[in-house]
Design a protein around this ligand. Structure first.
Ligand SMILES: *Cc1c(COP(=O)(O)O)cnc(C)c1O
Length: 366
């Protein structure tokens, strides 16, 4: 068997090479590269796909979160509830606007923020909650929204890993007040470079984010807000339009792979991903747990199988968050020790999945 990469982006993009080439040619021929027809079309298409009124293309996922927090006037002195186990961008967006991230531990089965633990983390300074739909599986949004409504808090979804997933039939990105997403190349809907978007059905927030991403300007050379330069460029928007066409098909393939893994690995001595009945995940990652994770990872590596840990160090243990070094967040810390993401991508074959599963079993037998 050939080595199995964690995610073969070259091969994935090659599978739709013609439509990506056509997108590139369209932009080249138009001679228009920033804030043009491709962005406008992509925004309309992706807003419709996510069942929201507005999609605003921005520079990346971190900026999508940051511009949203600014649009809600969240800043110094404010607190924002974030999951203790997430990619650090969720925390950094809060820090970047001068507010304080307040971590809440996950449910140990879903790895997503535990709604039951949020209320006790809320103070008089709390302004917002950012649930993350980790690994492509929506967080349990109904109790989060109910609590937020009761306490007057904003709910901003971090939907960077969840494009196309559903919660009780509703699209990720349409479940809170607003959402941020990322088109980093490895995401389910990935550009060929950096990109991100804000999703919302709130007209005022949409207008403010549009203004903030473009130097705080709505009329050229008139700047009412101290804004940023954070725009999704025409080339990436055109690539994303081509990829949006195949997103559902690709997500179906990811689901098949996840099902195949879960069938083959029932007796492998590891903890398999848990899927509550109310979600329809898109398997951005297939994450298992094992007490002997490092041995397992090394064993797979020896057989040419690449795996990744998402994420090896929780945000509160990062050097950039000195203030949190004393914090003990046992579930996030335990997960960081035990989790392992197996290869998954729409271009993985049935044989490759089988090969990985067999390698997992022989590792357990040893
Ligand atoms: C990828 C990711 C981001 C950040 O996206 P970038 O485009 O890389 O800035 C934010 N949150 C989560 C959960 C992510 O996975």
């Amino acid at each position: 068997m050939k080595p199995i990469p964690f995610l073969d982006l070259g091969c994935l993009n090659q599978s739709i090479r013609e439509s990506l080439d056509a997108a590139c040619r369209r932009v080249m021929d138009s001679g228009w590269f920033i804030m043009g027809p491709e962005l406008e079309a992509f925004e309309a298409e992706f807003a419709q796909y996510c069942d929201v009124k507005h999609c605003i293309g921005v520079g990346n996922g971190l900026e999508a979160l940051h511009l949203l927090l600014r649009a809600y006037d969240i800043g110094p002195g404010d607190e924002v509830i974030v999951p203790s186990n997430t990619f650090i961008a969720t925390w950094l967006a809060v820090s970047e606007c001068g507010a304080t991230p307040i971590p809440v531990e996950p449910n140990v089965d879903t790895h997503n923020i535990d709604p039951a633990l949020i209320a006790s983390a809320v103070t008089s300074r709390t302004r917002a909650i950012i649930p993350v739909h980790l690994y492509g599986q929506p967080a349990d949004m109904d109790p989060i929204n109910a609590l937020a409504a009761k306490l007057g808090l904003i709910v901003i979804e971090d939907a960077a890993q969840a494009q196309g997933s559903r919660y009780k039939g509703r699209s990720a990105g349409s479940l809170g007040h607003s959402a941020a997403t990322s088109f980093y190349p490895g995401k389910n809907l990935g550009a060929l470079g950096d990109g991100g978007a804000v999703l919302t059905s709130d007209d005022a927030i949409a207008n403010k984010v549009r203004q903030l991403r473009n130097y705080g300007s709505t009329v050229k050379y008139k700047h009412d807000l101290a804004g940023y330069n954070s725009r999704l460029d025409e080339m990436q928007a055109a690539f994303l339009r081509a990829k949006l066409v195949v997103l559902d098909e690709w997500n179906v393939r990811r689901r098949e792979i996840a099902t195949q893994y879960s069938d083959l690995l029932v007796d492998a001595g590891i903890i398999l991903p848990f899927v509550p009945e109310y979600v329809d995940p898109v398997w951005h990652l297939y994450v298992i747990r094992s007490k002997r994770r490092d041995t397992l990872k090394a064993h797979l590596e020896q057989q040419g199988i690449s795996t990744v840990i998402h994420y090896p160090i929780p945000p509160h243990r990062q050097a950039c968050y000195q203030d949190f070094q004393g914090h003990h967040l046992p579930i996030a810390e335990m997960l960081a020790e035990e989790i392992l993401s197996l290869p998954i991508s729409p271009v993985m074959s049935v044989n490759e999945v089988e090969f990985v599963a067999r390698a997992m079993e022989t590792s357990y037998a040893k």
